[in-house]
Design a protein around this ligand. Sequence first.
Ligand code: CP
Length: 406
Amino acid sequence: MDIDPGFLEFESRLSRPLNLKIPDLQHGGRLRHVLFASQFNLPLLDRLGKVADRIRTIAKSREGHRFLNSLLSHKRAMLYFSQPSTRTFLSFSAACQILGIACNEVRDPATSSESKGESPLDSIRMFSSYFDLVIMRSPVSQFAECCAYMMNELEQEDRRSVPIVNAGSGKDEHPTQALLDMYTIQRAFEFRHERDSSQWSKYDEMRSKYPNVRRGIDHKIIGFCGDLRRGRTMRSLAQLLALHQEMTMIFIAPKHPSLSMPDDLKQLLMDSGVRVLEADSFETPIGGVPVIEQLDCLYMTRIQTEHNSAQDKVDFAAIDFTNYKLTRSLVQRMKEYAAILHPFPRDKEFGEIPPAVDRDPRAHYFRQARNGMWARAALLAHIFDVDGAISDYYEDYTKRKPLAPP
Ligand code: CP
């Protein structure tokens, strides 16, 4: 996609430090546009997690389903995805349906008037004429950000303006993936949910085997493996995990300039108090113990070959990638309560996680994808200020009908 000439108008805002941008993306104490993982803080993540739990509980009954469905039945959303997607597109679409939001989509700009020369910025402005929310994925970094500034200008001019949600932009950010990843990790380490925590009923037994294990994300050792430089999901998630106390992050990737951990992110994490370590493989000893045996959580990623340069192709042929693939025997050496996540898609040819691992109780990646629907529904409820109504309904609902944990 060519850079839209309209970007130039926003250049001074795009080049600001992140902390100066955040206030432009809020409204009345709520997120209005969702562009960056760093817009979420721990209290907000906690609130969104609770709302997601409540939605998934309420949605189980027909009556609850009808209530949720009535909340935003006066709203319409445009899903504008000019990059391929399965999970993000479908989970946003399902989240909208849960809350009664009607959806429409443009998944291939070649089928829109962009094929006649219309600029993507004009497309977004047109969507805002017909819809109340634009959820967008773009190969162009900062395009969603430009759209948010355009909406802010329209609002200032008292014209029609809608929230923009970044569903993945270029190589930089995938904030709602980070939101669902945090929700998944939080639930795994609560050890309370039968379906989400492999050892949920065995917390005391785990404590006897692993005396240092505690509920919650603080003090955990998180491994990230694979394509760490070009992976926008890893970049967004690491920043949110860094909000927790006493975190250790171990980055496992080939030492190659297209794959290894970027220095700016490393510095950002260290400045946040994270203990940052790098390893060549799962067998690299840290304090005398192989990495794989130390991890509380392992975040696997796909090698994004679609971004390879000609030189990358030559260089990668010389790398032993078996060091960056899980096997059943590696997984069996992990802590019993450890959680394995992957944003998916996984690469069936490369095989960073073979299907043989899927049945292991440590494999959380399918429930992680389903959690995306609940976490995104909670985010939409927050944006449109119906999360309070959901909590009130939940209180009343659980009084009438005592429930097992969601
Ligand atoms: N994790 C993720 O973004 O998946 P999709 O590309 O299928 O949306």
